[in-house]
Ligand binder design. Sequence first.
Ligand SMILES: [Zn+2]
Length: 231
Amino acid sequence: MKLKFLTVKRKSIVAILLCVLAIGAFCGTYFPIKASTSPKPLHTIVIDAGHGGKDGGAVGKTTGVTESFLNLEYANTLKNMCKEYGFKVVMTRSDMNGLYSESATNKKKSEMAKREKIIKKSKADLLVSLHMNSFPSVSARGSQVFFAQGNESGQALAESVSNELNKHIKYAKKTAKVGDYYVLNCTQKPAILVECGFLSNAEEEVLLQDKEYERAFCYQLLCGILQFFKM
Ligand SMILES: [Zn+2]
């Protein structure tokens, strides 16, 4: 009888200890303010705002907004969210200037080489490249996530981000896709290119410039990254 009581008591103590550990783990993981006070950043992320300088990328017909401007807006919002969570963030560009050398004859090549250099030097654990889409058919809309063929960790990241976008972003495409992009092919790290929406769709062109939408979108991107890191 006494032995049984002791067994029960020991089981209870183990259960209480497990609960305490679980609550501790939950707090450490889910409270961003706690994470940001840690002296060592959780992970390093490169955020790449596509285009820049003379290369404005896609242009919205209704408002004249450029892709390079919106890419930077989204990149900055995502950067702030990631930093708040405790990640170290490296930006490939943080203003509207192009990454190419002014003297370069092939500016696109020069720009891509610079992006690659920043990505490699950062020793980041993960890359997110941000773009806005455009298509001849004005009805095309919705975000889509791309990864490089054969990059398994890139595919896993793309699927996590795509799943999270699908939860709250209305026209987000259901699945991530293989994409042949220089910025994805230049690294073996988990890397994705996110086309946030279509500037060729009049309604989406306006929506993409809505600050609330931008924050909601970037929040889902962050959730996808956290899912990928199993955080
Ligand atoms: Zn683009």
